[in-house]
Write a protein that binds this ligand. Sequence first.
Ligand code: C2E
Ligand code: CA
Ligand code: CA
Ligand code: CA
Length: 281
Amino acid sequence: AKKSGRNAYCFYEKRMTSHATEALNIESDLRKALLNDELCVYFQPQYRLTDGLLVGAEALVRWQHPTQGMLPPAHFIAIAEQTSLITAIDHWVLTEVCRQLVEWRSRLGCGVLPRISVNISGRQLDQLNTAQEISRITHDNGCQPQMLCLELTESFLMEHDEESTNILKELSQQGFELAIDDFGTGYSSLRYLKQLPFNTLKLDRSFVKDVIDDEQDAAIVKSIIALGQHMNLVVLAEGIETQAQADFLIAQGCEFGQGYFYNRPLPADKFESLLRTIFDE
Ligand code: C2E
Ligand code: CA
Ligand code: CA
Ligand code: CA
């Protein structure tokens, strides 16, 4: 028993060490990635469900890793969130989105582009000057707040109180749209809905996934949509993969959505092609 206990301990220790080393490698690689322009942004279109009008897109970061290929955010966002790196990443993404918007505006020769949603991790709100920084990046790169939506998760709202309330109010006053992301997966969400200046409620994919087969998920989805409507919020469903899910959401009065059923996240040039087909009509 003693022997196996010791082995178990060694195994545990070894795993911990390699896990920590891995995180460290990712962290230092990620620092280099930011300097070497290895990150890129994909765009997932968002539609009005009833008639398929393109209304926006969500910007989603990717890492073109020199040896490991294209890495999704699941591989590095959590690690970045444990350090100040997440702020640098989110600022980089915002800058890149603004640069793209300006490029599309001139290349497509059109006045109004679909609004681009950018994910903002909670850590960033730790900083007192967050609102000024987001607004500065936006203006310095030739965009107006009205062209953007900031997606915030409930998890950070729990961790911050008065300070984040003030930051969100300031951003809202400046003209940024604010979306509460992954709605329904956190705690105390109703209180935040009441106190904070959100325009949009993003219905989490985990509820949409089984909405057709699971009565409980169906009940939750119906309730969240009704809640959003009663609070005068735009409701946008995430992760729509089938016609049946889209039909269910439309029947319940959910106005907007995104998901593989419509498009996967697209590289910038593919999203631009999509914009062209719309503007050429
Ligand atoms: P999220 O904000 O909930 O983003 C939606 C995720 O769902 C994206 O994953 C998207 O590719 C995926 N998705 C969209 N439609 C479907 C569908 O129909 N089926 C399925 N199975 N998945 C779908 P992705 O791109 O891997 O991003 C994962 C998460 O990483 C995001 O979840 C977000 O929390 C975070 N993230 C992505 N980009 C950024 C960023 O620039 N900054 C920060 N702070 N977080 C980011
Ligand atoms: Ca999001
Ligand atoms: Ca989400
Ligand atoms: Ca989600």
